[in-house]
Write a protein that binds this ligand. Structure first.
Ligand SMILES: Nc1ncnc2c1ncn2[C@@H]1O[C@H](COP(=O)(O)OP(=O)(O)OP(=O)(O)O)[C@@H](O)[C@H]1O
Ligand SMILES: [Mg+2]
Length: 312
């Protein structure tokens, strides 16, 4: 039998005056797992999330959640989902308990179950004191509260728009673990600007640019298509990137300063080249660290955007 978890987006468009924030996007997602929704600032990610979760109406096109038309049967469709989407904070005057309670009420979840969720899930992601006013929380603390609210009622599908935005590394790690665990029997659609995070958690990627869908593929395929890699090299003392580039000759496609004493070296990813680079950087100074830098998804992302800009 077909897995019931599905999101179908058909010719989705959102216009603001004459500007298309989302421009005729179609895709289908099915089954358990995590999917990344990526794009530059202003690409249209949040706008798509808002339409998929019924926060705003599309100018054109449709969204189906598990086959249910969000426009026609909004409430029934929204019962299947949970969402974390950047919106102006409407709950500032409420306490954490009241705010999450209200979110639960809107979904018809019993008070007792909301409290239970706050105790178990909430303590796992370390949400602040339940009696604190939402308006007095720090950005990261607030992010945790809305993260917890997104998982209320065990929804089939969870939309997370930059879930770790504003969080510290320890907290991001917990969020990552929760996502890895939940994606086993839920569908999670998330956006993030931290591509390493995406590589670690999502098996599929959708890339959007200027409101249009550029690419939909598995994370693994995208990484192998753009097999360029980067290395971060730290020196004991300052280093001149231009001289280093000269020394590396054809082995490096570019050398970019990261700080006075460190550089990022882009190369073709081949191990032979990496071995040569390791030897040659040591002729430029005392190397204190030599390590892979960033994810190749990062490279793929930048390449895609650049290719697109050139063809337009
Ligand atoms: N209410 C609105 N009125 C006018 N323009 C809007 C509105 N909401 C969004 N836009 C525009 O639509 C485009 C897409 O915005 P959106 O918030 O979807 O981008 P995003 O991909 O989420 O970016 P970011 O990574 O910065 O969060 C932007 O150019 C934005 O300025
Ligand atoms: Mg956004």
């Amino acid at each position: 039998m077909m897995n019931s978890k599905s999101v179908k987006v058909v010719n989705l468009t959102k216009k603001y005056r004459n500007f298309k924030a989302v421009d005729n996007i179609s895709f289908e997602l099915e089954g358990d797992g995590a999917i990344a929704y990526l794009g530059q600032n202003g690409a249209g990610k949040t706008t798509t999330f808002k339409m998929m979760t019924g926060l705003i109406n599309p100018t054109d096109g449709k969204v189906f959640i598990e086959g249910i038309d969000v426009k026609k049967e909004r409430t029934r469709a929204l019962m299947r989902i949970g969402a974390l989407i950047e919106t102006p904070e409407p709950y500032a005057a409420l306490t954490v308990r009241e705010a999450v309670g209200l979110a639960g009420e809107l979904k018809g979840i019993k008070k007792k179950d909301v409290l239970n969720h706050l105790e178990t899930f909430g303590s796992r992601v370390k949400i602040p004191d339940l009696d604190r006013k939402v308006g007095t929380l720090s950005r990261g603390q607030r992010a945790r509260v809305i993260f917890v609210a997104a998982f209320l009622g065990n929804p089939d599908i969870i939309f997370l728009d930059e879930p770790t935005n504003g969080m510290d590394p320890a907290e991001r790690k917990i969020i990552r673990e929760v996502i890895l665990e939940w994606k086993k029997d839920h569908m999670i659609v998330m956006s993030s600007h931290l591509l390493q995070e995406v590589t670690d958690t999502c098996e599929d990627v959708l890339f959007i640019n200027n409101g249009k869908l550029l690419l939909k593929d598995t994370t693994r395929n995208i990484e192998s298509k753009f097999n360029s890699k980067s290395l971060k090299v730290d020196f004991l003392t300052s280093v001149n990137p231009d001289e280093l580039k000269e020394k590396l000759g054809g082995f490096a496609s570019s050398v970019e300063p990261q700080s006075e004493k460190s550089v990022i070296i882009y190369f073709n990813g081949e191990l032979e080249a990496r071995a040569k680079i390791l030897k040659l950087v040591q002729t430029a100074g005392d190397v204190i660290s030599f390590a892979e830098y960033g994810s190749s998804l990062e490279e793929a992302f930048v390449n895609l955007i650049e290719e697109k800009d050139q063809t337009e």
